[in-house]
Design a binder for this molecule. Structure first.
Ligand SMILES: Cc1cc2nc3c(=O)[nH]c(=O)nc-3n(C[C@H](O)[C@H](O)[C@H](O)COP(=O)(O)OP(=O)(O)OC[C@H]3O[C@@H](n4cnc5c(N)ncnc54)[C@H](O)[C@@H]3O)c2cc1C
Length: 462
């Protein structure tokens, strides 16, 4: 711990590991410090008794082998192994499932309209997209898509892309960016794949590249604060275990110092005040920046859901399942069956299912509202998958605040997100899905890690 480094990266999520590996590969002595016992952050899988490999919540990777996650891994000389791409999206509507193709065929007169929208989006320039960053998806659809059915289809896609329930609250620019990328690279409005072995299938190759490049990964260690000398970064203080034998009654914190002239905070925006002084009267960061941080730190998304282990499948196709508004909860719904993509994540013949509903963060804070919504959600699941109760081996509900970083609402995407370079202080950088970076959640995090690494290396003349 007394070692000196060129760069300290705080946080071993996909953004921190991507930045750390790219920086270490360029020859800078780099350490990545993570408070949890395992790297991965929100991209996490764990093994459960009986042969189940479970991700935390529902996770698929937009663009799969053409994603920012895959591109970062490739630039580090690693390949992510993909199990499968989702074949189509099935949408639950008026009591039954429809594939996207069925819905489009139902509305045959809309096909030309849908194709026109795809052509328009595929041809958009960066400037076209940026000019829609502060506009809402509902308005863009009203202007560009006359048909109500087609608007509904694009609204479902918008919900999946942004994890925001209401089209009036989704940023049109972010959706157009993701759709353009998908149309150009995969000829589809939205594509998603599942990595072999679950989400650690993305993390492990990037982590390996970091270690092979000589990087040090310190797990189970919380960074307590960033240290400065004047307005220059000097390193970080990390918390060590209390020296007291009775830590819960008599706490004696001990801190160790790790030195480096560059610190990358690859932790979400809402965790920054754990490690930085953000009091506008005493902070090194300028007041305008702190004001923006205060505005954004609660602007995130929420999910509730069930992870369900089934003795036999209730649904066995490798598709993404969705609904814009469930009958009982009144919430948007998403689900898929990871074991239909990678059979190794469930014991032979059994089935693992991930489901979630997109909620407002306030609905999670209210314990009674949360319980009410979860029981209504199970009622919806029973209606969508008749007979499911008899097949459940185990299930658990979950809730999550801050799943996708900054909520991709108008004025909170693209250049509106905080830059990866901290203003007015030397050597401080940020990376992750709450800072500059585009794409669907984990891809925006990986891209932000790459943008951050480029900035750090540029300042080192690399
Ligand atoms: C339930 C759920 C479902 C999701 N579904 C999808 C999906 O389908 N598709 C998709 O693209 N994305 C999805 N996401 C989002 C995706 O997981 C995130 O966008 C991405 O993992 C964020 O990566 P990150 O590196 O920016 O942050 P994180 O993964 O949060 O990494 C930050 C790391 O910093 C560590 N840390 C924080 N403070 C400290 C400290 N003081 N000292 C040391 N370490 C610290 C944390 O422990 C963490 O490991 C989902 C997320 C959740 C939670």
């Amino acid at each position: 711990m007394s070692k000196k480094y060129d760069v300290i990266v705080v946080g071993a999520g996909v953004a921190g590991l991507s930045a750390a590996a790219l920086i270490a590969k360029s020859g800078l002595r780099t350490v990545c410090i993570e408070k949890d016992a395992q790297a991965g952050g929100r991209l996490q899988s764990f093994d459960m008794e009986g042969g189940w490999r479970v991700d935390i919540g529902l996770h698929m990777t937009e663009l799969g082998d053409a994603s920012s996650c895959a591109e970062v891994a490739k630039s580090l000389g690693k390949e992510i192994e993909w199990a499968k791409f989702s074949e189509t999206v099935e949408i639950f509507r008026e009591g039954r499932w429809y594939t996207l193709q069925e819905l489009i065929t139902l509305a045959s007169e809309e096909i030309e309209q849908i194709k026109n929208v795809m052509r328009t989006v595929a041809g958009m320039t960066d400037e076209d997209i940026q000019s829609n960053d502060h506009r809402c998806w509902e308005d863009w659809l009203k202007e560009n898509v006359p048909s109500v059915v087609a608007r509904e289809l694009f609204s479902v896609n918008g919900m999946i892309m942004t994890t925001v329930p209401d089209p009036a609250e989704m940023s049109a620019g972010e959706i157009l960016y993701i759709a353009r990328d998908n149309l150009r690279k995969k000829r589809n409005f939205l594509t998603a794949a599942y990595p072999k072995g679950g989400m650690l299938g993305i993390i492990n190759p990037i982590k390996d590249a970091f270690l092979e490049a000589g990087g040090d990964l310190i797990l189970g260690t919380t960074v307590d604060s960033v240290l400065f000398e004047g307005n220059k970064v000097k390193g970080v203080a990390v918390q060590r275990k209390s020296l007291s034998p009775y830590p819960s009654w008599f706490y004696m914190p001990d801190r160790a110092i790790i030195e480096a002239p560059v610190v990358v905070l690859a932790i979400p925006l809402w965790n920054l005040d754990d490690v930085l002084d953000l009091n506008p009267y005493t902070s090194l960061l300028p007041e305008w920046w702190i004001k923006r941080y205060e505005e954004l730190k609660f602007e995130t998304t929420g999910l509730i859901g069930y992870t369900i282990a089934l003795k036999e499948p209730v649904y066995d196709r490798a598709n993404f399942l969705s609904a814009l508004c469930l009958e009982n909860t009144g919430l948007p719904f998403q689900a898929f069956v990871p074991s239909a993509f990678d059979p190794d994540v469930a014991p032979p013949g059994k089935s693992l299912m991930q489901t979630d509903c997109v909620v407002e963060v306030d609905q999670i804070f209210d314990r009674f509202e949360l319980e009410r919504l979860l029981s209504l959600m199970w009622k919806d699941i029973q209606e969508m998958f008749p007979g499911i109760d008899a097949k459940v081996e185990w299930k658990f509900p979950y809730k999550c605040i801050g799943c996708d970083g900054l909520a991709r609402k108008p004025g909170q995407v693209g250049a509106f997100k905080p830059d990866v370079v901290a203003p007015a202080v030397e050597g401080l950088f940020f990376a992750g899905d709450t800072y500059r970076g585009r794409g669907l959640a984990m891809n925006s995090a990986a891209l932000s890690g790459k943008i951050c690494a480029d900035e750090v290396l540029k300042r080192h003349g690399k």
